[in-house]
Design a protein around this ligand. Structure first.
Ligand code: P6P
Length: 340
């Protein structure tokens, strides 16, 4: 790409800010902080095998899960970078039980929800992982900050995105004006616009689900998985089964090529496994902005009003016709776990 055609994330942020006459630069400062954190985490992820940061940290996260060392490093990096912007009053993180109140920023207007390193169980086996973020404005910044400010549904997000530490490192995000992808040029250490205005195909040939849980899925989802596997030339089935065990990797491939990612409810996890505030909502914002769908099976993910910081919800996300088909079959069989 000729040098003159490179658009860096920094320039893109400046250009986007210029489009909003009332923009005061505070959201831009948050994006710059996320960019810096992404570069630091990328550096550590890329050398994880060379220095002693692989494996478990020995501590337990709020959900009773063993924390990987890189989980802790990534969490500290993102919280530090966001706090230093002086634009963020509260941070919600998968790695922190409660709200992180940023000292001296009680009356700042932004809240950021993060999964600092999603898929961390894959770190030690060199499988792609990622960081996810979701940004809200406080409904009442003049009031004392509280958890109530944080419990907003996904339709109220002002921005959302993910950093994908894959064969290349990408930052993909939306502010509601479409979805743009930036690839990190290692030599320049700049995220450069590589995927402008991403649109996801309405149909796809990939389904992503942990079939190890098949017996425990709602009947309608079992039927949809069987449908994906049934040979049918006109609809180009059987679809390809692709499941990496790292949502960002599965989501990103399906976003570009077309496909559906599912994490249904099961007996063991009646609300699925994935977290609403910092996994499902940000990915749903991106999916819908790219022309796809994101459903809990009962409603659009972004309509679900949160009641807890770390609540889970079932997730069906990706190409709109595939998601619609899966949800239709779920309802058609009318078999929710509670009635089985
Ligand atoms: P399972 C990683 O832990 C994660 O949160 C997602 O990134 C991934 O898609 C999912 O869990 C994998 O869960 O139960 O299939 O191993």
């Amino acid at each position: 790409m000729p040098q003159s055609e490179i658009t860096t994330l920094e320039q893109f942020i400046v250009d986007q800010q210029a489009l909003h006459v009332n923009a005061d630069g505070s959201l831009s400062r948050i994006f710059r902080a996320i960019e810096l954190a992404a570069k630091i985490v990328n550096r550590d992820v890329r050398k994880a095998g060379l220095i002693d940061i692989l494996g478990e940290d020995g501590s337990i996260n709020p959900h009773g899960e063993d924390q990987q060392k890189l989980d802790v490093i990534a969490n500290n990096v993102f919280i530090s970078a966001l706090s230093r912007t002086k634009e963020v009053s509260m941070i919600i993180s998968e790695e922190n039980e409660g709200v992180v109140y940023v000292e001296g920023c009680e009356n700042e207007k932004y809240i950021v929800a993060i999964d600092p390193l999603d898929g961390s169980s894959n770190i030690d086996v060199n499988v792609s992982i990622g960081s996810i973020f979701s940004i809200y404005q406080r409904s009442n910044p003049e009031n004392n900050p509280s958890i109530d400010d944080c419990l907003q549904n996904g339709d109220r997000q002002v921005a959302a995105g993910y950093v994908f530490y894959g064969s290349s490192t990408m930052l993909v995000y939306t502010t509601g004006q479409g979805v743009n992808g930036f690839t990190l040029d290692d030599a320049l250490q700049e995220f450069c616009l590589s995927h402008p205005q991403i649109k996801t195909p309405s149909e796809g040939g990939i389904f992503s689900v942990n079939e190890g849980n098949y017996q425990d899925f709602p009947t309608g989802i079992q039927a949809y998985i069987d449908y994906c596997k049934d040979p049918d030339k006109p609809t180009k089935r059987p679809y390809k089964a692709r499941y990496i065990g790292s949502m960002i990797a599965d989501f990103h491939r399906n976003l570009l090529k077309g496909g559906i990612f599912m994490y249904p409810s099961t007996n063991k996890s009646p609300n699925g496994k994935l977290r609403l505030m910092y996994e499902c909502n940000p990915m749903a914002f991106i999916a819908e902005q790219a022309g796809g769908l994101a459903s809990t099976g009962s409603m659009r993910v972004m309509e679900l009003d949160p009641t807890e910081l770390h609540q889970r919800c079932p997730l069906y996300i990706g190409s709109k016709n595939m998601v619609q088909k899966a949800v239709d079959m779920l309802h058609q069989y009318e078999s929710v776990l509670v009635n089985r």
